[in-house]
Ligand binder design. Sequence first.
Ligand code: NDP
Length: 300
Amino acid sequence: MPPRPPERTAAQYSPAATEAVRVTDPVEQLLEEMSEETQPKSLGFGSSMRGRVAVVTGGATGIGRAIALEFARHGASVAFNYFVYDGAEEVREEAEATAREIQHMEVRVHHAACDVRDAAEVNRFVRDVQEELGGIHILVNNAGIARDRALWRLTDEQWRTVLDTNLTGAFHMIRAVAPLFRRQSDGKIVNVSSVHGIRSEFGLANYSASKAGLLGLTRSAALELGPSNVNVNAVAPGYIRTTRLTSGVPAEILDTARERAVLGRLGDPQDVANVVLFLCSEYARHITGAVIPVDGGHLL
Ligand code: NDP
């Protein structure tokens, strides 16, 4: 069993962080705090996903959890997986809690431990989802990790485990669902990349390579599956306030990230979930091979 990865470091999100510039104007400060407290509204597509089955990798926590809940809110049955590193049982409890929330929305849910790095486990998981929920129509490759370090200090293990999880894991999932999607001439795939797949920063060689690779995989899959009426797109989130981000990153680095986004705030998991839901809806039926930044203008 591979060791549980350390909590994300500040460098994953902003290794090039500079001195934070504090908001001094009290009105601006207040507005900033208020904007942080506001929970973004989810999209009002009604029950447009009823009858669909959505698979979200790494769906127990953070962005994946928000995506899983958003599909459930719109009537889809939801399957998600998680990975128990080194016997960390709290992960299972988080997954149980997310599954209960989904059940409360009166849709069907399937969840299981499955390491996306392991092709055999992925194939088993995909087969079980089909048996349990009666099919698959949507796949969101969200599972991802980081091991940040200067390029010349990266170990083979740190390089491989990030590439294996973030990129090969997505490949395993796409390969497992592709025959079904082609057979039914119907399918939506969204890959959760990152702004760091488009523009890197110091210490992110493995993470950036994996997330940039995911964009190449997105375009190739879009090209090969498009003739079978399968849309394949990617989202590139900027700094999103997940528990692991806010608990692992010093406040001044989050301040810098806030300033860098021209909208002056960090994103919420719901911001990403809304775009993923849109990409998996019929409103986006003519979009494929695209990368949508969800970054508050971080890349500008
Ligand atoms: P989380 O750590 O909360 O989510 C990552 C999920 O991936 C976890 O549920 C984790 O499961 C799962 N996972 C990790 N390794 C594996 C594996 N081998 N097999 C199956 N599942 C696995 O972080 P976030 O929600 O912040 O991140 C979600 C995605 O968004 C990632 O791909 C990340 O790179 C990307 N992203 C996040 C940003 C942010 O600012 N938060 C910015 C840009 C991109 P478990 O906990 O059970 O191990």
